[in-house]
Design a protein around this ligand. Structure first.
Ligand SMILES: [Zn+2]
Length: 324
């Protein structure tokens, strides 16, 4: 991260001086009823120069746990920094959020169209505006996500390998798990990395659901990051993390060996061994009772909370190689 901080930052063409609170609406398009769709960008700048941190959520419209975390940053005033600037964008994909959908109305995944294009699809235009009009003056991005559908993710930060700056920031955030994962082509994380903008990806919980523990770990992690940059306002207190992060090098899914009604028998974050019964799959007629046994040893970092599964469905995500 740079050590030279600008007095003025420019967001969506508006110059914002130090000591300003501002909400700018990022107009994308209208609904068919001519109702404007706006993505609010909430900017808080201290009088004292310092880093600019952007918090984003709802890149997938169904991932409301992340939206709750950014909402809490605003409603609790954590976004009013002691120095520097905090930009909050609680819902990047407003269309998906309104439609109770992960994607844009045309089915496009916003996280697969970055860096976007000026005249491309709707999602691609949103990506383009975000990258060209907002990211330029940002020093760090934290993007909040959840597991897809009913798959509940343990609270984790995802970073790429061999990036000491990201590793240090993930350590400051101090989630229960830090996963090493490659940047996916055309993702927001990849586009930010290509501009040399450090980005932490937080994952926790499942779609259409707000879990208070997941929100709390997210908010506390943000407070630790803000403290690290001397940005946390003195009215907020930081609690040191109770756990040391587990660094995950490799992981594997345990899949359903039968179709039927599913119940998990192990909890998220727990440690399992080879041979453990981790779930049960039954039929609706009370005749079949199939125990799901683990062939893996490791921590459970995702539990599928679906009650009905098909053979082959991903049930548990297990860490298979840790980094020390
Ligand atoms: Zn997501």
């Amino acid at each position: 991260m740079t050590t030279e901080f600008k007095d003025n930052i420019t967001i969506l063409g508006e110059t914002i001086p130090l000591g300003t609170s501002k909400e700018i609406n990022f107009n994308i398009a209208k609904l068919h009823t001519a109702t404007k769709i706006e993505v609010p960008v909430i900017i808080e700048r201290s009088k004292k120069p310092g880093p600019t941190i952007l918090f984003t959520a709802g890149l997938h419209g169904d991932e409301i746990n992340g939206i709750d975390i950014v909402r809490q940053l605003i409603s609790r005033g954590i976004n009013k920094p002691k120095r520097g600037s905090i930009i909050c964008m609680p819902i990047l994909n407003v269309f998906g959020f309104l439609n109770s959908s992960r994607v844009f109305p045309d089915g496009r995944d916003l996280n697969r169209v970055f860096p976007g294009s000026e005249n491309g699809s709707l999602a691609s235009r949103v990506a383009y505006t975000l990258m060209t009009e907002i990211i330029a003056d940002v020093d760090l991005i934290i993007d909040f996500h959840t597991g897809g559908a009913s798959r509940f993710n343990a609270a984790q930060i995802r970073i790429v390998h061999d990036n000491p700056e990201l590793k240090a920031l993930a350590d400051v955030f101090s989630p229960p798990f830090i996963l090493y994962s490659k940047n996916i082509t055309k993702s927001f994380r990849n586009a930010c990395s290509q501009l040399n903008k450090p980005i932490l990806l937080y994952e926790g919980g499942k779609s259409f659901f707000v879990d208070n523990t997941i929100s709390k770990i997210g908010v506390e992690g943000v407070k630790r990051i803000l403290t690290h940059f001397e940005m946390l306002n003195s009215k907020h207190k930081v609690t040191p993390s109770k756990t040391t992060p587990v660094y995950v090098e490799k992981s594997k899914w345990i899949r359903a060996t039968a179709s039927g009604m599913f119940k998990a028998k192990v909890a998220i974050n727990s440690k399992i061994s080879v041979g453990d019964v981790v779930g049960q799959i039954t039929d609706p007629y009370g005749k079949i009772h199939h125990a799901v046994k683990s062939k893996l040893e490791g921590y459970v970092i995702n539990v599928n909370e679906a009650s009905l599964v098909y053979q082959g469905d991903a049930l548990f995500h297990i860490t298979t190689q840790l980094k020390h």
